[in-house]
Design a protein around this ligand. Structure first.
Ligand SMILES: [Zn+2]
Length: 122
């Protein structure tokens, strides 16, 4: 269940309406609801003496969350390096084969080369 806001232009006032499917169609003025919400917020306000402890705890939680993310990032970086190495190896193998073919072809008789190039064109 959630609330959605709308404006009544005639009165230039904002309201919330209850979006509970078709079960409910209650609405309430935004000003009234905000006031109630402030009351709730005031009740759960952290007492001054706990603020520092709360900050410490939050910092600890964030550090833990970030440590896990950094660990994941490290794994991805290692995987990336591995894949880049594989690409490099493949490229080297490809160029070595190509240069062998080129070397073989330059040793061929000119007549054979002409025949070969014709066979490529067809
Ligand atoms: Zn309702």
């Amino acid at each position: 269940m959630y609330l959605s806001g709308y404006i009544v232009k005639r009165k230039n006032l904002y309201y919330y309406k209850c979006d509970n499917g078709s079960k409910c169609s209650c609405h309430i003025s935004a000003a009234k609801l905000h006031e109630r919400f402030m009351t709730i917020l005031n009740e759960i306000t952290l007492p001054e003496k706990y603020i520092y402890l709360f900050q410490l705890q939050l910092r600890k939680i964030f550090t833990t969350i970030n440590a896990e993310k950094e660990e994941t990032a490290k794994l991805y970086k290692a995987k990336l390096t591995e894949l880049e190495q594989k690409i490099e190896n493949l490229e080297e193998r490809y160029f070595r084969k190509e240069s062998i073919i080129t070397r073989k072809m330059t040793n061929l008789e000119p007549q054979t080369l002409i025949l070969y190039s014709r066979s490529l064109q067809t």
